[in-house]
Design a protein around this ligand. Structure first.
Ligand code: AMP
Ligand code: MG
Length: 421
C-alpha cells in the first residue's frame, strides 16, 4: 500500500490545492486495491456481484446446429441462382429430439425452431416462403443462400472457453448466461463494507426536534441509497457530534469494521469542526481543493486499513463527488474491471455559462426534442444544497475542465442516472 506522499510524488503536477477531476481519479486509482476474499453464491444471490474468476463453459450453447425458424431443412448446395427449387418432405424434426433418418437430393425435412439440424442439411427455408404443391414444396428463386436460418453449435458460447470473465459484474443477462450453461453457483468477490457517518453540530437526526440553525441529515440517506445500489454492505454510524472523543470513537470503529469510510461535512478550508483534526490525527489523509462545481473540498486517505472519503457537507456536492470519484473507486475495490458507461451526447436546450479550468456537473433532464433528437435542460436552481433539482434530474451534464460557455443547441456530455441513483 502506498502512502499519500508516495502517490503524490508519482503524479505529475500534483497540487492538492487545485486538483482537476481527472487527477482526483488518477490519485484514487492508485490508493486502493481490490478485495481478495471470495465466496461461492447461488446465481440468484450473485446478482450485481463481481466475478472473482472466469466462468469456463462446461458445454457449448447451443449444443448442436439447429434451426432458427419453423420451416424446411435441406441441403443448400442444391440452390441455383435465379431458379426455384422443389423438394419433397420426408419427415419432421421437432425441438428436443434428434430426427433419425436420411435425406437424399430433392428431399427436405420439416423442422421446428430449435430442432437439431438433420445430418447433411445446412439450410432452412421459413415455412411462410414455400408454396405447397401436392406432396412437394417449392422455394422461390433468389430468396436463400446456403446456410441461411441455421444456428451453429457453440455460436453463443463454446465449450472450454470463458463465457464470463473475472471482474465482470453479474447483470441479469450474465445470470441468464450462466444458467444457460447449467451453472448453479458463482465464485464472487465478497461484498464491500462501507461505513458512513454525517458530521456537523448543526445536523439533526430524523426524529429530533427542529431547532434554529439546524438542518435534518439528508446525506446519510442519499449515501445509503447510492451504496446500496452499488451492492455494498452499508454500516450506518448516524450523525456524529463535533466532539473529539465521539469523532475518534466513530473513526476507529469504522476503520475496524469497514473497507471504506465515507463522511460528510467538516472538510472545507474555513471549517471550525474537529473532523479534519481527527482525520489528520488518526490517518494518512490529504485535504484537497478540487477544480469542480459543486464539490471542491474533499479529504482522502487511509485510517488503518480503511480508505477514507471525507466528502463536503452540501447535499448535492455529496452526490456529485460520490458519482464522480467515490463510486468508480469503490467499484475498483469490489474487483470490478468494467469501465464507466459512456456519457450520453445531447443538445443543450439553453445557453450555459461555464468557466474553463474546472469541471462542472449540472443537474439536467434529458428529453426527446420536437425533432426526435436528445435534448438536455438544466433542472432549476443549481445551488449545491438544492436536492430538489437533483430529484428532478435524470442525469448530470458534465462540462469538462477545459470547456467554456455552452450555446443553446451545442452538444454536451451527460452522465445518466439510470440504475445508479
Ligand atoms: P460543510 O461542508 O460542513 O461546511 O457543510 C456545508 C453545508 O452542508 C452546510 O450548510 C451544512 O449544514 C450542510 N450539511 C452538512 N452535512 C449535512 C447533512 N448530513 N445533511 C444535510 N446538510 C448537511
Ligand atoms: Mg460544517
Amino acid at each position: 500500500m502506498k502512502t499519500i506522499e508516495q502517490i503524490a510524488a508519482e503524479l505529475q503536477g500534483y497540487d492538492p490545492q487545485a486538483l482537476s477531476a481527472a487527477a482526483v481519479n488518477e490519485f484514487l486509482a492508485r490508493l486502493v486495491a481490490p478485495v481478495t476474499d471470495t465466496e461461492e453464491l447461488g446465481i440468484f444471490e450473485a446478482l450485481d456481484r463481481v466475478l472473482a474468476q472466469d466462468v469456463i463453459s462446461p458445454v457449448s450453447v447451443p449444443p448442436h446446429d439447429n434451426s432458427a425458424m419453423d420451416g424446411y431443412a435441406f441441403d443448400g448446395s442444391q440452390l441455383r441462382a435465379g431458379e426455384t427449387l422443389t423438394l419433397t418432405p420426408v419427415g419432421t424434426a421437432l425441438a428436443g429430439k434428434a430426427w433419425q433418418g436420411t435425406v437424399s437430393a430433392g428431399q427436405c425435412v420439416r423442422i421446428m425452431t430449435g430442432a437439431i439440424m438433420p445430418a447433411g442439411l445446412d439450410t432452412v427455408v421459413p415455412q411462410e416462403f414455400v408454396k405447397a404443391e401436392g406432396d412437394a414444396i417449392t422455394l422461390p428463386a433468389g430468396l436463400l443462400q446456403p446456410g441461411d436460418n441455421r444456428r451453429f453449435m457453440g455460436e453463443d458460447v463454446m465449450q472450454g472457453r470463458p463465457a464470463l470473465q473475472k471482474g465482470e459484474r453479474l447483470t441479469p443477462a450474465a445470470l441468464g448466461l450462466m444458467a444457460s450453461l447449467g451453472i448453479k453457483t458463482a465464485r464472487v468477490a465478497r461484498r464491500l463494507k462501507v461505513a458512513y457517518f454525517s458530521t456537523g453540530d448543526e445536523i439533526l437526526s430524523l426524529g429530533e426536534a427542529p431547532r434554529e440553525g439546524a438542518v435534518y441529515d439528508s446525506n446519510r440517506y442519499t449515501v445509503f441509497g447510492l451504496l446500496t445500489r452499488l451492492g455494498c454492505e452499508v454500516i450506518d454510524f448516524g450523525v456524529v457530534r463535533d466532539e473529539p472523543a465521539l469523532l475518534e470513537a466513530a473513526f476507529r470503529r469504522a476503520a475496524d469494521e469497514a473497507d471504506a469510510i465515507i463522511t460528510s461535512g467538516g472538510v472545507s478550508v474555513g471549517e471550525a469542526d474537529f473532523t479534519k483534526t481527527m482525520m489528520k490525527q488518526l490517518g494518512d489523509v490529504a485535504f484537497w481543493r478540487i477544480a469542480m462545481r459543486p464539490g471542491r473540498p474533499m479529504a482522502v486517505g487511509r485510517i488503518g486499513k480503511s480508505v477514507l472519503f471525507g466528502l463536503p457537507g452540501n447535499p448535492v456536492a455529496v452526490m456529485v463527488t460520490f458519482l464522480a470519484f467515490v463510486r468508480p473507486t469503490l467499484l475498483q475495490m469490489m474487483g470490478c474491471s468494467g469501465k464507466a458507461p459512456p456519457l450520453l451526447r445531447a443538445r443543450s436546450a439553453e445557453a450555459i455559462r461555464k468557466k474553463p479550468g474546472r469541471t462542472e456537473y449540472q443537474r439536467g433532464t434529458v428529453i426527446y426534442g420536437a425533432d426526435g433528437s436528445l435534448q438536455v435542460r438544466t433542472t432549476g436552481n443549481q445551488g449545491s444544497g438544492v436536492l430538489s433539482s437533483m430529484v428532478q434530474a435524470n442525469g448530470l451534464i458534465v462540462l469538462h475542465h477545459d470547456q467554456g460557455n455552452v450555446a443553446a443547441g451545442d452538444e454536451v456530455d451527460v452522465m445518466m442516472f439510470d440504475g445508479v441513483i
